[in-house]
Design a binder for this molecule. Structure first.
Ligand code: FAD
Length: 475
């Protein structure tokens, strides 16, 4: 450890820190290994120190101490992001937010909570206290933090009804700490929340968020199997349009994924190798059943809200969203994935064409989401990985067809979900992080203002950066 880091620790007073290299390395990682490209590029990344604030005052003190020394700070919730978002690519401090986990206020239609709270704990608290629940959560619900979801996630279970996390009203407010000589605490409300919503913590550390709540429902789970992918897609589209039947999850997973990779599914495929996964409100199940019958199908699996889950079937969302990739990776380490928007109104055609075009190289998996007032499909297709060039060629082909790909093999905001520089977030960074010390390397608009949305062949992160840290030889 360098003398600069020793001096930083002195400046932190009694704020807890982690100095064990092995633990620092662990806390410097997220689920970046979903991508073989990121795995190779970010393998060397490690912080110099992990700082564990206990409350907002600690966050303010920690940022002030780091600012004085020019030390970068990368926030971390649970570290379940898939794109290296929480990895400190320029070293410095990882700010572990997990001790800020208090639920502060539950009111009709909203909850105010500290950023480090784990979403399943938060949801349980809301259900117990007020029979309400989060509207959207990632499939990593049991492990991910609410602050990490707002700063680093995008959509998930619930998006079939409520859309993207960036859609208006899906995050009500955020309290943030700026990275300055005297850090300020700001409350961003309404549209202002978008300044930090999906900004990877590059322009403020979120200490609290206020999220909208929906009345809690009893959710049932069911699976319908189809012999033909097109038929499964049309069935799911019909259900997505039925806004009178409240749903939380509507996924289509094409062959050979269910049979090959989804644990417990081998007994569910008598009617066909493609499946539709549905989580629907208990009082919508009669309507769902009528739709299944009208399609000439039957439930391959159905679990009531209060029934015991048969082994080895998991919670249904643990086969969906990014969990599909996880289940596949457990069986086959050559698998990776893409995230592709199949925009309406031709989304079903686009999905079928894509499936036929890439054959065995790509297996289809889409999540139905509510997008601009209509159902759309977000593909999280499984890909047999060969080379970075082949991944890029596939992305180019999909985009040429009119299907934007949110590249999960890139760690910057722009190359991943945004596709372009978010001028508002960039302007806010100039205000809230004038020296560019928050999660450096993740906002291309800051490092490369001329970024034009074209894929970069190569983006070099210096292994180690700030002069303050480089000055001392290792102790
Ligand atoms: P981290 O990974 O710790 O951080 C994410 C980003 O937010 C980083 O850039 C970090 O620097 C920043 N950050 C964290 N806390 C703060 C803070 N307090 N202030 C400022 N910045 C902060 N994502 C989805 O969107 N939908 C899904 O359905 C989904 N399913 C997943 C399934 C699996 C199996 C896995 C491994 C991942 C999945 N993800 C999904 C990705 C990820 O789990 C979620 O986005 C999750 O909400 C991230 O929360 P986290 O606490 O792990 O954040």
């Amino acid at each position: 450890m360098t003398a600069a880091i020793h001096s930083l620790i002195d400046g932190l007073g009694d704020i807890p820190v982690i100095t064990k290299p092995q633990l620092i390395r662990q806390k410097s990682r997220d689920h970046y290994w979903y991508s073989p490209i990121l795995r190779e590029r970010l393998e060397h990344v490690a912080a110099d120190l992990v700082v564990c604030p206990r409350d907002e005052a600690d966050v303010v003190a920690a940022l002030a101490a780091c600012y004085v020394k020019g030390v970068p700070v990368t926030a971390r919730g649970a570290g379940t992001g898939n794109f290296g978002q929480s990895m400190p690519v320029r070293g410095g401090v990882v700010l572990d937010m997990t001790a800020l986990d208090r639920v502060l206020e539950i009111a009709p239609g909203r909850v105010r909570v500290q950023a480090g709270a784990i979403m399943s704990d938060l949801d349980r608290a809301c259900r117990t206290v007020s029979r309400q629940e989060l509207r959207i959560h990632p499939s990593s619900w049991t492990s991910a933090s609410i602050g990490g979801f707002v700063a680093g996630g995008s959509m998930g279970v619930g998006s079939v009804a409520y859309g993207l996390l960036r859609d208006p009203g899906n995050v009500l407010s955020a309290r943030i700490v700026t990275m300055e000589a005297t850090p300020r605490v700001l409350l961003l409300e309404g549209e202002d929340v978008q300044k930090v919503n999906h900004a990877y913590g590059t322009n403020g550390i979120i200490t609290e968020v206020e999220m909208p709540l929906a009345p809690a429902r009893d959710w049932e789970e069911c699976v319908v199997a189809f012999p033909d992918l097109g038929e499964a897609l049309r069935f799911a589209q019909g259900l997505a349009e039925r806004v009178d039947l409240p749903k939380k999850l509507l996924s289509v997973i094409g062959a050979p994924v269910p049979e090959r990779y989804l644990p417990g599914f081998d007994g569910l495929l008598a009617d066909g190798p493609h499946v539709v996964l549905i989580m629907a409100a208990a009082d919508a199940m009669a309507g769902i059943e009528a739709c299944v019958r009208a399609a000439g199908r039957r439930f391959a699996y159905r679990l009531g809200a209060f029934e015991r889950r048969p082994k080895p079937i998991l919670r249904l969302y643990e086969y969906a969203w990014n969990h599909t990739v996880l289940q596949a990776l457990k069986q086959d380490s050559s698998i990776t994935y893409l995230q592709t928007l199949f925009p309406p109104p031709n989304h079903l055609d686009l999905i079928e064409r894509t499936t036929a075009r890439f054959g065995d190289e790509m297996a289809m998996h889409v999540e139905f989401i509510w997008f601009n007032g209509a159902p759309a499909a977000l593909g999280l297709q499984l890909l047999h990985y060969t080379t970075p060039e082949r991944v890029q060629a596939i992305i180019d082909e999909l985009e040429a067809e009119g299907c934007p790909v949110f590249n999960p093999h890139a760690e910057t905001l722009e190359e991943g979900g945004m596709k372009q520089i978010d001028r508002e977030q960039l302007a806010f960074k100039r205000e809230a992080d004038p020296d560019g010390l928050l999660n450096p390397g993740k906002m291309l608009g800051w490092d490369d203002p001329g970024y034009d949305g074209k894929p970069r062949a190569f983006y070099l992160y210096p292994k180690r950066q700030p002069a303050a840290l480089e000055a001392d030889p290792p102790a």
